[in-house]
Design a protein around this ligand. Structure first.
Ligand code: NAD
Length: 345
């Protein structure tokens, strides 16, 4: 396994490998950059096929958090942690407490939070052995970040339709939503309330049917959603939703959704640009959750202040789209440049 020459290494400040035979913990914590503040990023628990696969994932995700927090105007750096384990079979309180001790050994340079395979309940167990945990919720409120993420995507879409479709409202806007889980379903409700017409899909047909009926939405098969005759395509399911063949088939003129790492490879941004499709950089659009987690760390937490910070995503995207047009670049590379300007100073 290469580390310093790893294609995703990108000058990570610190990578820590944790092994605890008693609990079975095998974990990697990656701290990409702490120049703007401590590195906050979720804990993913996944049965990676190899150590290499786990390292690649944690490095890519950790770097992404640096960019996300920088463009969300947060006093935070980027980091991420992975545990190599099957969350359904191997997740035990002992394993989580051992993870907490590993996080604690970093003295606050890394702050952990939920991610796929880990829940708010798991964070409470981890919090028994370290104080460096985010996303626990305040005063008995849920720590689920998805309502905040959905609100951020809604604000992002306002900017995207302004720049991509020259529209100021969602009345009659046709939006295709791929995946109506935690974030997608709440985004759907907000768009419906704002007057949009929705076409949605999910591999979970039961949840999909109920939601679609309550929102007068059309349903389509998972394989057909990218070809839906819509103005906006909103990927809210898994990563790498935008491959070359998907880009060929898209009818939407705007892409704006919650999913992380939507571009299957960096060249896809160029392909979208040459087809005249405006791509909303995913980590800018989906920063609502991390913004709320960051506010939970402050003494002066106020819901209105959180919502107004999340609304700032629209302004950040206005700046990115305007600069992309001025410099004739795709929005993804403009977002990366802007983020680097912020965290590298
Ligand atoms: P989720 O698991 O609750 O929802 C995902 C939904 O997508 C599920 O309903 C699933 O059945 C569906 N799905 C999976 N594969 C599909 C396919 N091929 N076609 C159609 N539907 C499919 O997850 P979530 O919390 O809603 O997150 C959605 C995305 O947003 C993920 O990529 C996540 O990484 C990203 N994200 C989430 C948050 C958050 O606050 N939850 C924050 C930032 C980014």
């Amino acid at each position: 396994m290469s580390v310093f020459s790893h294609p995703e290494f990108d000058h990570h400040q610190r990578i820590v490998f944790g092994d605890d035979p008693t609990s079975g913990l095998r974990a990697i914590v990656a701290i990409h950059d702490t120049r703007l503040g401590p590195a906050l990023g979720g804990l993913r628990i996944f049965p990676y096929a190899s150590d290499d696969e786990a390292l690649t994932d944690v490095l890519r995700l950790s770097r992404g958090m640096t960019y996300k927090s920088a463009l969300a105007d947060l006093p935070l750096g980027g980091g991420k942690a992975v545990i190599i384990a099957d969350p359904r079979r191997d997740k035990t309180p002992e394993l989580l407490r051992a993870m907490g001790r590993l996080v604690d050994s970093l003295n606050g340079d890394y702050i952990t939070a939920e991610d796929s395979g880990s829940s708010e309940a798991d964070m409470r167990v981890i919090a028994e052995t370290t104080e460096h945990v985010g996303g626990l919720g305040r005063e008995g409120a849920s720590g689920d970040p998805s309502p905040f993420t959905a609100r951020g995507v809604f604000c992002a879409m306002r900017s995207a339709v302004r720049h991509g479709l020259d529209r100021e409202d969602f009345d009659g806007l046709r939006v295709a939503i791929q995946g109506v889980g935690h974030v997608g379903a709440q985004l759907a409700r907000q768009l419906h309330e704002a007057g949009a017409h929705l076409i949605m899909t999910d591999v979970d047909r039961d949840a999909l049917g109920q939601l679609a009926a309550s929102l007068d939405a059309e349903i389509t098969a998972p394989d057909d959603i990218v070809e839906a005759d819509v103005d906006v395509f909103a990927p809210c399911a898994m990563g790498a939703a935008l491959s070359p063949s998907v880009v060929e088939r898209l009818k939407a003129r705007v892409v704006c959704g919650a999913a992380n790492n939507q571009l299957a490879s960096p060249e896809i941004a160029d392909m979208l640009q040459s087809r005249g499709i405006l791509y909303t950089p995913d980590y800018v659009a989906n920063a609502g959750g991390v913004i709320e987690i960051a506010w939970q760390r402050r003494q002066d937490y106020r819901r209105e202040a959180v919502m107004s910070h999340i609304a700032g995503i629209e302004t950040t995207l206005d700046e990115i789209f305007a600069r992309a047009r001025r410099e004739n670049h795709d929005p993804a590379s403009v977002a990366d440049t802007l983020a680097r300007e912020r965290f590298r100073g």
